[in-house]
Design a protein around this ligand. Structure first.
Ligand SMILES: NC(=O)c1ccc[n+]([C@@H]2O[C@H](COP(=O)([O-])OP(=O)(O)OC[C@H]3O[C@@H](n4cnc5c(N)ncnc54)[C@H](OP(=O)(O)O)[C@@H]3O)[C@@H](O)[C@H]2O)c1
Length: 256
């Protein structure tokens, strides 16, 4: 799916999507300290939406908190953003985050399961066991932890859109990144299955962000990563697509 066209009287899905995009939302993004998650957080804040973000590097989290405040300076929601130190691999930490947000009445309208990691380029038999485990624990189990604790909260609220960040390598494969490919194919499968479990009013999609110059891309592409777009140029397109998602998209595999 490409960025939806502006609403027209004859296109019901786009009318719904357009109306939805105009509302101010609370968006939970995992993995906000750098790369795509950070750029998306800043873009959404600039548009007036409230961002709840998490990742693990404390100094990057505190600088993001002030960058978000500046991005939404002219908006009435200035300083309402919440940035937390949460490791998505920890089921209990994600559970604590969900509990916290319920207490603060900051239940997300949209969740972007973005936190992810990749193995260093290596053939599968050369990938250290702990590296394989980290990829699986973050990309699959981290996503599942968020689904486990936030879907019930969204069901209670009777609405919610969940975006599981996938990859081109969740739909194709490459040498040297087998653990990562396995994890992103799992994200696609997980998304399709969960879509069948959600009640009306909710949707979950898998979203391939494209190929963007981030630390992750530098890890697998080396210096060629510089040939690809920056996260800052990607974020406006991604934000528009995500804000236009509706329940009609449930179960879809989309690409920015
Ligand atoms: N860049 C691309 O071309 C591309 C292509 C396809 C898919 N993707 C996907 O897009 C997403 C973002 O990738 P990126 O390129 O922006 O990668 P990145 O620059 O490496 O950023 C990854 C982010 O995830 C966070 N993170 C990692 N492990 C975490 C954990 N256990 N708990 C919480 N946060 C964690 C990192 O923060 P801390 O280390 O501070 O926790 C960081 O903020 C990933 O899911 C990736 O697989 C990227």
């Amino acid at each position: 799916m490409t960025t939806p066209a502006p609403p027209t009287a004859t296109n019901t899905m786009n009318v719904t999507g357009g109306a939805a995009a105009a509302q101010l939302r609370t968006v939970l993004i995992t993995g906000v300290s750098r790369g795509l998650g950070k750029a998306l957080a800043l873009e959404l804040a600039k548009r007036g939406h409230t961002v709840i973000g998490c990742s693990r590097t404390p100094d990057r989290l505190s600088s993001l908190q002030s960058e978000l405040a500046s991005a939404s300076e002219s908006m009435s929601n200035n300083n309402k953003h919440l940035i937390m130190n949460v490791d998505v691999r920890s089921n209990s930490s994600v559970e604590g985050l969900a509990r916290d947000l319920v207490e603060k009445k900051a239940i997300p309208d949209i969740i972007v399961n973005n936190a992810g990691t990749i193995n260093r380029n290596n053939r599968i038999w050369e990938v250290p066991v702990d590296e394989f485990d980290t990829v699986i624990d973050t990309n699959i189990k981290g996503t599942a932890n968020v689904l486990r604790h936030f879907i019930p909260v969204m069901i209670e609220k009777k609405h919610g859109i969940i975006v599981n960040i996938s990859s081109g390598w969740g739909r194709s494969a490459a040498a040297q990144v087998a653990p990562y490919c396995a994890s992103k194919w799992a994200v696609e499968g997980l998304t399709r299955a969960v879509a069948k479990e959600l009640p009306p009013g909710m949707a979950v999609v898998a979203l391939n962000p494209g190929v963007i110059n981030t630390e992750m891309l530098q890890s697998c592409f080396g210096s060629s990563a510089a040939l690809y777009p920056t996260p800052e140029s990607w974020a406006p397109r991604a934000a528009t697509l995500i804000l236009h998602l509706t329940v009609a998209d449930n179960g879809a595999s989309l690409t920015v």
